[in-house]
Write a protein that binds this ligand. Structure first.
Ligand code: ADP
Ligand code: MG
Length: 426
């Protein structure tokens, strides 16, 4: 039972590690590791197998290295590199008869993996699992046959049982899990796409309604303007109403476009402090009009990666809401904090605040308490931009006291190098 015991131990270790890997993949948003890191991971697994292998005679090592080899070769397409890395790793354990057998068995696999990988991904999942199991089985059989050359004391029943059952079982379980995760991810992506399409459709319908109102009003006034005997004063008044209505239609379209296309277009390094200063400059007139005093407390450094236009739009919407909530004056405090890997931006106002129900509905399309003056799209846009920037939002509010918006964005840590290289360029 020696071989069976060893291989089972080896299998449990592989399953635990590969499950961890799959879990990490599941969690990561992009569902990819880079090829070099995959080569490292699979080589490590192979090394682990060789390290804990069963060696009845000093020169031979029996283990489950075929599992990471087959899975890496077929699912990831790094078979040829893995075979080379296996041979190199094995050579550290002695250039003996075992190494010779390993080379004879595995070298042809370089070509087989290379040819099979494109074919493999064209198959349906069940056939992919079947293929990996078969390949594992063939390699196992060759290994046991090779064993008969090298040592005679082996219990053959043990060897055949161990090599026919355990690798196939392991490869089967692991390829099934890999297929499961792949299918899950695909389904989730399709769902997100469908959801987004649905949302955009609904928005389109709602928006045509939202735009029609101001347009109808505007065209009504244009009709009135056609009257030749209209007094000059009235004409001016009507024209300014038409302008205002057209402006509000345009605002709705602008907000909608930002929502429908939240993916960031250009990624650049943004200096949070100077971006926020510019936004304050834009909004200063509105603040003055409402007698709002803007107080700032910025950390010295703080860079994030993102689209400048979208970042501005996001904070203009938030600050505008804050100013609008203080129609009788107040304080708007803007502060930033920089820590190792994230940047916190806090926007605090002393405005009317929100009830629990209002807070829950924040970000819902067309939810506004401002009647004709609001589009109810601002916060929805804010949420979609923050999501696209990999950030997070917390809101806390108390009616009559005010509201705090807290944002957290991943900080750009190598900005010092960037600014250095910029300085050198300049
Ligand atoms: P709009 O500003 O056009 O009404 P938004 O999506 O920007 O639409 O905001 C939705 C609603 O959220 C606002 O109508 C307001 O009731 C509430 N709100 C947002 N920010 C604040 C704030 N800082 N203080 C109080 N209420 C706010
Ligand atoms: Mg708003």
């Amino acid at each position: 039972m020696e071989i069976t015991k060893h291989l089972f131990l080896n299998l449990s270790l592989l399953i635990i590690l590969l499950f961890f890997g799959l879990l990490i993949l599941e969690k990561s948003k992009k569902f990819t590791f880079s090829k070099p890191s995959l080569v490292l991971i699979f080589s490590f697994l192979i090394l682990l197998c060789i390290q804990i292998s069963y060696n009845p005679v000093p020169y031979a090592r029996y283990d489950l290295r075929i599992i990471p080899l087959v899975l890496g070769g077929l699912y990831v397409g790094i078979g040829p590199i893995l075979v080379l890395s296996l041979l190199i790793l094995r050579s550290f354990y002695g250039l003996n008869l075992g190494f010779l057998q390993t080379s004879v068995l595995y070298t042809p696999l370089i070509i087989i993996f290379w040819r099979m990988y494109p074919w493999f991904w064209k198959q349906v999942p069940v056939r992919r699992i079947f293929t990996t199991v078969c390949m594992g089985m063939i390699l196992s059989i060759i290994t046991v046959l090779g064993m008969s050359f090298s040592n005679t004391q082996t219990n053959w029943f043990d060897a055949w049982f161990a090599y026919l059952v355990i690798p196939s079982l392991g490869i089967g379980i692991l390829s099934y899990s890999i297929e499961f995760v792949i299918k899950n991810t695909e389904m989730r992506q399709q769902l997100i796409k469908a959801e987004k399409l649905k949302a955009v459709e609904q928005m389109g319908a709602a928006i045509s309604h939202e735009i029609r109102n101001p347009l109808t009003a505007a065209s009504g006034f244009v009709q009135l303007l056609q009257d030749d005997y209209l007094p000059r004063q009235k004409r001016k008044e009507y024209l300014s109403i038409v302008k205002e209505e057209l402006h509000s239609a345009e605002r709705v379209i602008q907000d909608y476009l930002t929502f429908a296309k939240p993916d960031l277009e250009t990624f650049e390094e943004l200096n949070v402090k100077s971006e926020l200063r510019q936004i304050i400059n834009i909004l200063q007139p509105l603040a003055n009009q409402n007698s709002v005093e803007i107080i700032t407390d910025f950390s010295v450094i703080g860079f994030i990666k993102g689209d400048r236009q979208k970042f501005r739009q996001c904070f203009i919407n938030v600050l505008k809401n804050a100013i609008e909530s203080m129609s009788h004056g107040g304080h708007l405090t803007l502060s930033t904090e920089y820590s190792q890997n994230c940047i916190t931006i806090r926007v605090t106002d002393t405005g009317v605040g929100m009830t629990k129900e209002q807070l829950d509905r924040l970000g819902e399309p067309f939810y506004s308490t401002k009647g004709k003056n609001g589009t109810g799209l601002g916060m929805m846009v804010v949420y979609s931009i923050v999501r696209a920037l990999d950030g997070e939002i917390w809101v806390d509010s108390e009616v009559g006291k005010g509201t705090i918006f807290q944002f957290e964005f991943p900080a750009l840590t190598n900005f010092l190098n960037m600014t250095d290289s910029k300085a050198n360029e300049g």
